[in-house]
Design a protein around this ligand. Sequence first.
Ligand SMILES: NC(=O)c1ccc[n+]([C@@H]2O[C@H](COP(=O)([O-])OP(=O)(O)OC[C@H]3O[C@@H](n4cnc5c(N)ncnc54)[C@H](O)[C@@H]3O)[C@@H](O)[C@H]2O)c1
Length: 364
Amino acid sequence: MLHQLEPVAVACDLSIPAERRLGVGIVGAGAIVDTAHLPAYRRAGLTIHGLYDRDLARAEEVGARHRVPVADSLQALLDDPAVQVIDIAVVASAQVEIALSAIAAGKHVLCQKPLAPTLEEAHLLVEAAREQGVQLAVNQQLRFDEGVAAARAMVEAGWIGAPTALTIDVDIATDWSAWPWLMETPRLEIMFHSIHYLDAIRDLFGDPERVHCVLGRRPGQGARGETRTAATLTFPGDKLAVVHSNHENIAGDHHARFRVDGSEGSIRGTFGLLYDYPHGRPDTVEVFSRTLPTDGWLPYPVTQRWIPDAFAGPIGSLMHAVAGGPPPRTAGADNLRTLAVVEALYESHENGDVRVPAYARVPA
Ligand SMILES: NC(=O)c1ccc[n+]([C@@H]2O[C@H](COP(=O)([O-])OP(=O)(O)OC[C@H]3O[C@@H](n4cnc5c(N)ncnc54)[C@H](O)[C@@H]3O)[C@@H](O)[C@H]2O)c1
């Protein structure tokens, strides 16, 4: 049976061939660059030519720990011919301006999610990159996380037959105070967290036709924005996806599960990262298949983690595109569709309810 899992492991491979590797400059030396970007890029064999943060002391500290040189300005990175890709991970509101400067300087750009605070600004970035002839990709790395990538490979191999439903069920406690700027944002859960699930769902099921969404908060919660999302997405051909994501579980019984059902089987798993962010534990993935067939649930042996390993995915895919391959898997143009789903969910929450008639008005 193990040999049948081998093509799945190959599909999850994130190595970047030496001949495709480009020089990288990083803007932002915050938590995610420290814990994810830099460790993943080191493992992938990439060379970081400069790390810039407007908080220079922070850049010095992170740079020294990861042994990468620090740049004393954004312009210094943009002027450096060894820097071919600018990788941005700053507060979301500052990203558009930095990305536009990098594009204007002729650099390929990898942006963090969300690509931009509004669809209009995201469009602007995609257009600017197209006009300049550079690649623009978004760091939606959940697509490359081994649990999700393995599930996708199993679906593509036909192991669960025709896919019918995808369920994400996350119930955790997130300390948003680690990001003071997120504490204040009016749009929180979908824009900064569930955007990963929406992008991964699109990767597996394509673009949804209709969505419905309600958002929630816990009385007394610290963050201003929504902390619970309950959404359904429907797709052509009777497929559906359900996302329930809550960050205010105070009882301690945390879980982070995904499941894909099909006509001939199911795949179930867990997002290990979310059990102890940002250290986490490995994902789990199991498949039940009538076509293989399996005798009950067959575990797939996960060896890589969302943080840091999956972070090699978006930049590797961007470098493949620069080398003449297909567009990046998480290209800016594709990400506009993920952002459109984000917008649709917020709009549904505002306007999309069908009122249940008051009982008094229902005829007996
Ligand atoms: N899994 C993921 O993909 C993931 C996880 C966490 C955060 N993120 C995203 O990454 C980005 C950064 O998150 P973080 O956790 O590192 O935040 P952070 O608050 O820890 O760090 C942000 C850093 O950006 C720097 N900065 C702000 N404005 C700048 C500017 N104009 N120029 C240069 N530096 C600037 C700050 O000084 C700070 O060091 C955000 O967009 C966030 O949404 C993604």
